[in-house]
Design a protein. Structure first.
Length: 910
RNA sequence: GGACCUUUAGCUCAGUUGGUUAGAGCGUUUCCUUGACAUGGAAAAGGUCACUGGUUCGAGUCCAGUAAGGUCCACCA
């Protein structure tokens, strides 16, 4: 067995074991009918992505789940991959082209796509390499990409199927248009931002009554040339006589437009009169439609004004146009007033510019399985953690709008629709769309392609990633599904993702799963996953979201270099409570590293303490236990080990990862290292107790490594091997993690009858030691190891002390602890095992001593008063449960005994 | 406007169905390089649990309200 070195070198160990795992295909997800399946599909990062702290948290949690599943004996699969991320990727490649002063249109569609593929092969998927550094145990042989041929087939199959079922249609509607990317966006890709702008009060002159005006307030004067009416509320007395009259449009080509009544107008807002610009506002479009008014589009696709806006505005960008429009209005006297105004403006999430409501032809999807998707979560087939996200999910589904699935991009799945040559696309109605002589929809395309023209648009990226849980497992190809183990692994177990994509992705995957998998079978077979764990969002210390633009996110790879992958994993999990956002603090990552160091050194101590005996299996270690030689510490550490095992079990059941980590941390550091290892030091010097003590250490270390392995896989694998717990050619993950009752049963068979009072006994010993150390510290003797203690105590207590005397003397840093009948004039402390005196050769400062004891007495008196008050409350005595009552009585008795002893000590001081 | 979350030690957070004197890590003070670990050990200081009411024998915990901060959805030009 190799020696455990003085310090843990994460870099080499991580490299070594990751290569070993991959070489042995330890992460392969293989269906095994003798085992329970456990599957996770990764939320596919953008192929352009690089690892962020969010990814670190998210993927660490997935790795923890899948590694734990392996230890529990499941056939586990973690399926990785990337998303083609339409806009993001196309933008990256276009940016590169721009450096060569080219646009994608210069290249043409085919050449441009070649460039994107080139880019993807060279630079895409860096993030998957980075995940390996983190220790992610994905089945890399199965890596998926949403533009892979078989995945694309799944996407197009779904399109054709939904088209055939009538869920997909083409329509000219108001969409969110991004003038930078020059494509339509779904509602989910638009984020509202408060913007400080200007609102303009503009007057429109009545045609029949020159000199009389109707005033409106608008934030967008540049769209006035697109006005087709002024609307007022039908019951608004201010405008009663004016409805039906005409006003002159104050900007753009001269026109007379009517005043129309419409109940959608808010009388309270502005002047109560609203300019109607159907081409540039959703509400206006609806009002225009009701009154059969035309829509005049004054903008081009790139957001510049066109000739319909008039000669002065044409060619200007919309923001420059706004200024110019205000100037023109001012010059003509139509601008009555302008004031600062804060309103909410929709921004393109990707390009970060205001979106333009724009009337265009797009493909739309009426979502399938909406009701069933609600039921899946409402009725508990799918569980959300934390549960409250279920409400957000249901609210979205209640108010669901059709999904605009077409994008005016090139990078993506081109919509499998062909139009008969010579047809006017714009004029196609619903009937034409379903007429196969006019419109062809299929994966293969028409047999006579020369007579058809394919749709230019591609599908929204999310219209491919919503199929992720089953398209990654071969769907819809039977042979591929067979090979991937679809029947075995679907539905997957748990999805780990951020709540920010609950609509984009989670809800849509549920609907897709319900619609496309296992038609006719019950809902629990068709859902894509059984649990969804929503992580928190990682924020910086000021509480801001971590983002590239703010530059407030540390590079995870730097953190790995600095603290090790295990340190990073342990740290990030320990600060990520369920369902709450996380304020990132690097010192928590550092403490993750420190924990690894502690684990390393405790193992080192174990190795240095003596040769093992059979360490290679649980039963081997159990056989080395000598139950007859157990003392209270042996009982207590095993009891705490089982309790921790149970607690970690519970945490996995509830997805409480940080609680699991904290429990393991406390157990290992405090119970094992600070106490058991310390008491071991005297037990190991005694040949009588040495072997049993080593066996107990092995039992605890072995179980701790197993429990910790999902969280910190590298160091646990290394120690597992160095301590000889494994067998050659096997990994720690090949072992089976026994639960608390299995271990208890197995120990029982070996004659170990765990003493449940031992924990309480050890607590008393700990209190005793603590008081002894405090006495020394109070008298500036903490560094001295030649001090003597005396104890005055009863027979029973002394027997406990005597049985542990060697350990206690060492732990207290004393040369001797002995019993006396009476001690006078020495500093003293009242412990649960008797009164402890520090043997001070020098004279005691009676004043200081009195102050110290008086302070303690004073506090104790307060506690006694409150306990007495409770016990003298008749209502408490009659209504509290007996256990609580008895506890209070015992507490009072203890407090009073201690009180009496303190008083006696004070009297003795004189 | 609607929904949700948060408020506990200087900082970041635990606190599981209401029950002894409210915990951890970091930070702070003092002491310690003793053969696993100074990435460490020991001792200590530090909290009227945001506020106001209510329920209860008993409230950090349950209920109502208030305040502050945050998130999501909808959105009036």
């Amino acid at each position: 067995m190799a020696e455990i070195t003085k310090s843990y070198e994460s870099r080499e160990v991580e490299k070594k074991w990751y290569a070993a795992w991959q070489g042995a295909r330890a992460f392969a997800g293989r269906p095994d009918t003798g085992k329970e399946p456990y599957a996770i599909v990764i939320p596919p990062p953008n192929v352009t992505g690089i690892l962020t702290m969010g990814h670190v948290l998210n993927n660490t949690l997935q790795d923890i789940l899948v590694r734990r599943a392996r230890l529990e004996g499941h056939a586990a699969l973690w399926l990785p991959g990337t998303d083609h991320a339409g806009i993001a990727t196309q933008t990256v490649v276009e940016r590169e082209l721009r450096k060569q002063k080219k646009t994608r249109r210069d290249l043409g569609r085919e050449k441009f796509l070649e460039k994107v593929w080139e880019w993807r092969h060279e630079k895409g998927g860096i993030i998957l390499e980075q995940l390996r550094r983190l220790g992610a145990s994905c089945d890399w042989d199965r890596t998926q990409f949403t533009m892979d041929p078989h995945y694309s087939r799944a996407v197009l199959t779904v399109f054709a199927d939904l088209f055939r079922k009538g869920h997909i249609y083409r329509g000219k509607r108001m969409v969110n248009w991004c003038p930078v990317s020059q494509t339509a966006l779904s509602d989910e890709e638009v984020i509202m931002k408060p913007v400080n702008g200007t609102i303009y009060r503009v007057r429109y002159e009545l045609v029949e009554q020159p000199g009389r005006y109707v005033e409106v307030k608008t934030t967008r004067p540049e769209t006035i040339p697109g006005d087709v009416a002024i609307a007022v509320h039908p019951d608004d007395p201010r405008y009663l006589g004016l409805i039906g009259k005409k006003v002159r449009r104050p900007l753009g080509p001269p026109a007379e437009i009517p005043l129309i009544p419409d109940a959608a107008v808010d009388r309270e807002f502005g002047t109560g009169a609203l300019k109607i610009t159907p081409a540039h506002d959703k509400a206006d479009f609806e009002i225009g439609g009701r009154h059969k008014l035309p829509a005049i589009d004054v903008l081009k696709a790139d957001g510049t004004l066109n000739e319909l806006a008039g000669a002065e505005l044409a060619g200007l960008d919309r923001f420059a146009g706004r200024k110019k429009a205000a100037e023109l209005l001012r010059a003509s006297g139509a601008l009555v007033a302008e004031e600062a105004y804060a309103n909410n403006v929709g921004y393109s999430e990707r390009a970060d510019v205001p979106i333009e409501p724009r009337l265009t032809w797009q493909w739309w999807l009426r979502y399938p399985r909406v009701e069933e998707a609600k039921s899946a979560v409402r009725d508990g087939y799918i569980r959300f953690y934390p549960q409250r996200w279920g409400k957000v999910y249901l609210h979205w589904l209640e108010n669901i709008q059709d999904w605009c699935i077409s994008r005016q991009l090139w990078w993506g799945h081109r919509i499998p629709v062909w139009y008969r040559k010579g047809l006017d696309k714009e004029a196609l109605n619903e009937t034409d769309l379903r007429d196969p002589t006019k419109v062809h929809v299929s994966l293969e395309g028409p047999l006579d392609p020369e007579n058809w023209i394919q749709e230019d648009d591609v599908l929204d990226t999310w219209a491919s990633s919503w199929l992720w849980p089953f398209a990654t497992m071969g769907w819809p190809d039977e042979a591929a599904m067979q090979k991937a183990g679809y029947d075995y692994f679907y539905p997957t177990s748990t999805l780990v993702t951020g709540p920010d994509i609950i609509f984009f992705w989670v809800a849509r995957m549920i609907m897709a799963g319900l619609e496309f998998t296992r038609t006719g079978e019950p809902i629990e077979r068709r859902i894509p996953f059984r649990n969804v764990y929503f992580t928190g969002i990682i924020r910086d210390q000021q509480g801001r979201k971590m983002s590239k633009s703010l530059g407030n996110s540390p590079d995870p790879l730097d953190l790995i270099d600095k603290y090790g992958a295990d340190g990073l994993r342990f740290g990030i999990v320990s600060i990520a409570p369920q369902g709450q956002d996380i304020r990132f603090q690097e010192d928590r990552i550092e403490s993750g590293k420190n924990f690894c160091n502690k684990l390393w050194n405790a193992s080192r101590f174990r190795q240095m303490s003596g040769e093992a005996g059979d360490n290679s299996s649980l039963s081997g270690i159990l056989a080395r236990l000598e139950p007859g030689k157990f003392d209270a510490d042996d009982h207590a550490i095993l009891d705490r080990m089982l309790a921790t095992t149970r607690e970690v079990d519970r945490c996995f059941g509830e997805f409480e990862f940080s609680a699991a980590v904290q429990s393991l941390y406390g157990f290992f550091w405090n119970d094992f290292c600070d106490w058991y290892v310390e008491v071991s030091k005297s037990k190991l010097q005694n040949p009588e107790t040495k072997a049993n003590c080593l066996a107990i250490q092995d039992l605890v270390l072995r179980q701790t490594l197993l429990l910790l392995h999902p969280f910190i896989p590298f160091i646990t694998e290394e120690l597992w091997s160095l301590l000889g717990y494994g067998t050659p050619g096997k990994f720690i993950a090949d072992a089976l993690l026994e639960n608390a009752s299995q271990i208890a049963t197995a120990s029982h068979v070996r004659g170990v009858a765990l003493d449940r009072d031992a924990v309480a006994a050890v607590e008393k010993l700990k209190a005793f030691i603590s008081q002894a150390r405090a006495l020394k510290a109070d008298h500036n003797l903490a560094s001295r190891r030649d001090v003597r203690f005396f104890v005055t105590t009863g027979e029973v207590e002394w027997r406990v002390l005597a049985a542990n005397l060697a350990k206690l003397t060492r732990m207290a840093g004393a040369v001797e602890i002995s019993r006396r009948d009476k001690v006078e004039g020495a500093p003293a402390a009242v412990t649960p095992l008797g009164t402890l005196y520090l043997d001070l050769a020098s004279t005691v400062d009676a004043g200081a001593e009195r102050a110290r004891l008086s302070k303690e007495l004073e506090q104790l008196t307060k506690h006694i008063a409150s306990t007495e008050a409770r016990l003298s409350n008749e209502a408490f005595v009659s209504k509290a449960p007996p256990a609580v009552l008895e506890g209070a009585r015992k507490q009072l008795a203890d407090q009073k005994a201690k009180h009496a002893e303190l008083e006696r000590l004070l009297r003795a001081l004189g």
